[in-house]
Design a protein around this ligand. Sequence first.
Ligand code: SF4
Length: 219
Amino acid sequence: MPAHPDLALHERLLRCAREPREAATLALAGVMTLAATRPSGYRSPIVGLSPGDWAALEARFFPGAGLALLPRDEAPRGEFDEFDDLVRLLAEHAAPQARDASTARWLAHAIATACTAANHLWQDLGLPGRGVLNQLMQEHFPALRRRNGADMKWKKFFYRCLCEQAEVLICKAPSCSACSDRALCFGAESGRVLLPPAIESVSGAQPPLAGGAGVRGVR
Ligand code: SF4
């Protein structure tokens, strides 16, 4: 399988999207587009969704995109043992007033799927910047966004949450302020955007949001 994004799929998804500038739409489309760049066992468009989920996700976000036809990765899951724990962590912290609980669950699977790849989380979700990821977390997982008020790198933050839950301390110090790895956990998450600008690449996309804010408007 080629280790590069399926840009034709990205364009199709955003062309079909009900809300092509919404952070959740961009993350779901991005993680599907980047499937081939992940390790074997995690190259399904979003790992762990049922056929019923795919039909409902398509109807809710990408009507007519043909998601049921996307290839699935049948290889056994690999080294990323914490996948299910991560999905559970996110699902347990979904916004209580979420407009539909399924969206939070799909996003939990999408984020856990992206965590199996090697870049910053915002990159592995195909987002245009870390600010969009923060917005996504604020909207759908606000308790985690609050808990990460110090702006730890998101993947590091999730692992720290899982370690705390399991009462396993892998950190070098009892507190971040006294830790020699602080720069690794809290440093800048700069990097290359892995997918082309979303809206501008889609001819015939949905009408612009009120106020004309583009993707950059949600950063
Ligand atoms: S800065 Fe140190 S103590 Fe804090 S999460 Fe990172 S490794 Fe753990």
